[in-house]
Design a protein around this ligand. Structure first.
Ligand SMILES: *Cc1c(COP(=O)(O)O)cnc(C)c1O
Length: 366
């Protein structure tokens, strides 16, 4: 007996590998592998979440009306053009599902976010990888990869796992070079970590263009990864198509309330951004000191660093040695980054501890 046969395109999917939460030895560990907020979440969000424990028998508002209105108010958008998802991961899947299928091509950059390939293959479309430029998004390479079969382009900005940022003029040039029938998805999961004068123009573009979808998440700076809440903003016909394939009750009641409260707590967001900026630049400088051992980081605009290894200590051996010392980071050989480790900016204690552990590991090998 062979049983039902999965579709060929489903068989071609490499399952998503999440960041590890434990070292395996049972020791207490610093989890620096999933870009979570080391400051936790807003106390207001926590209280709003807890207050919903009384109504567990009720379905949520499937349209997430109040949450969409809060998001719209915060960013000056039309709530009818916002769609919510079970994490922004679901919104990315909705975009692929509504606009691509067998025979279609979907482009993303080499070292792009791992979910894109899964979302593309899931619907039977063909992933097309555009080469990077020193790990960063190369607009010319993306435009050169466009064919008449291209339906969607996914760009994360800042990108994960590279932490690189594509400036506003480049995003505008990318959009200007794409045919009107190609949907440009700008994944802004880390946008809140940018400085006030850094804006890739995605929301403004999505406001006026007929083919731009911006996605955001409550999982990163808002510290609500457990609740799985994301959203997308685009022209009405795009959002309408995505609603057709959205699961009817995809965002929980508690999640909707927590997200609304989180949006209202600007102090928490500001202190998270400040903490991240301070320890990201501190850790970058610490790793730069290990340059003669072949380590370097890319300039990060997000809440993590990508550390590249090109010396006696390999990323793989450092990964295991860090794990033994209680620091869990992300090693990404499956994404062509066998020579890199992605490390989230943790608390002060975690960040100092990680740097000391890495120094030790590099020192021992010298
Ligand atoms: C973390 C992340 C997301 C979203 O995660 P959700 O928890 O599903 O909202 C989306 N894109 C990128 C690039 C990310 O790093």
């Amino acid at each position: 007996m062979t049983g039902p046969s999965p579709k060929d395109w489903v068989k071609a999917i490499h399952p998503y590998v999440p960041g590890k939460s434990a070292t395996g030895s049972g020791m207490r560990a610093a989890k620096l592998s999933s870009n979570e907020n080391p400051l936790g979440t807003s106390e207001k969000a926590r209280a709003a979440f807890a207050a919903q424990a009384a109504g567990l028998e009720r379905y949520p508002d499937g349209g997430a009306t109040a949450l969409r209105e809060s998001i719209a108010q915060r960013h000056g958008l039309d709530p009818d053009r916002i769609i919510c998802g079970t994490g922004s991961d679901e919104v990315l899947h909705q975009a692929a599902g509504a606009f691509a299928g067998p025979g279609d091509e979907v482009i993303y950059v080499r070292y792009g976010f791992a979910v894109y390939e899964i979302a593309i293959r899931r619907v039977g479309a063909t992933p097309v990888i555009a080469p990077d430029r020193d790990y960063a998004t190369d607009v010319d390479a993306i435009l050169a990869a466009v064919t008449e079969r291209t339906r969607v382009v996914f760009v994360a900005n800042p990108n994960n796992p590279t932490s690189t940022y594509t400036p506003r003029e480049e995003i505008a040039r990318l959009h200007a070079g794409l045919p009107d029938h190609v949907l440009l998805v700008l994944d802004q999961a880390y946008a809140e970590y940018l400085e006030d004068d850094e804006d890739d123009g995605g929301l403004a573009l999505a406001m006026s263009a007929s083919n731009v979808l911006v996605t955001r998440t409550f999982s990163k700076i808002f510290g609500l990864a457990a609740e799985r809440i994301g959203w997308g903003y685009a022209a009405a016909p795009i959002i309408d198509a995505m609603h057709r394939i959205r699961l009817p009750f995809n965002v929980t009641i508690a999640g909707q309330h927590a997200a609304i409260a989180a949006l209202g707590d600007e102090d928490f967001v500001a202190s998270s951004r400040a903490h991240n900026a301070k320890w990201r630049s501190w850790l970058t400088a610490e790793i730069d000191k290990l340059g003669n051992a072949g380590l370097r980081t890319l300039e990060s605009k997000a809440n993590f660093l990508l550390v590249l290894f090109n010396g006696a200590v390999t990323a793989e051996s450092a990964y295991h040695s860090l794990m033994e010392r209680g620091y869990i980071v992300r090693w990404l050989p499956g994404q062509g980054l066998g020579h890199g480790l992605r490390v989230s900016i943790g608390s002060e204690e975690e960040t100092r501890g990680f740097a000391a552990a890495l120094r030790e590991i590099v020192g021992e090998a010298a």
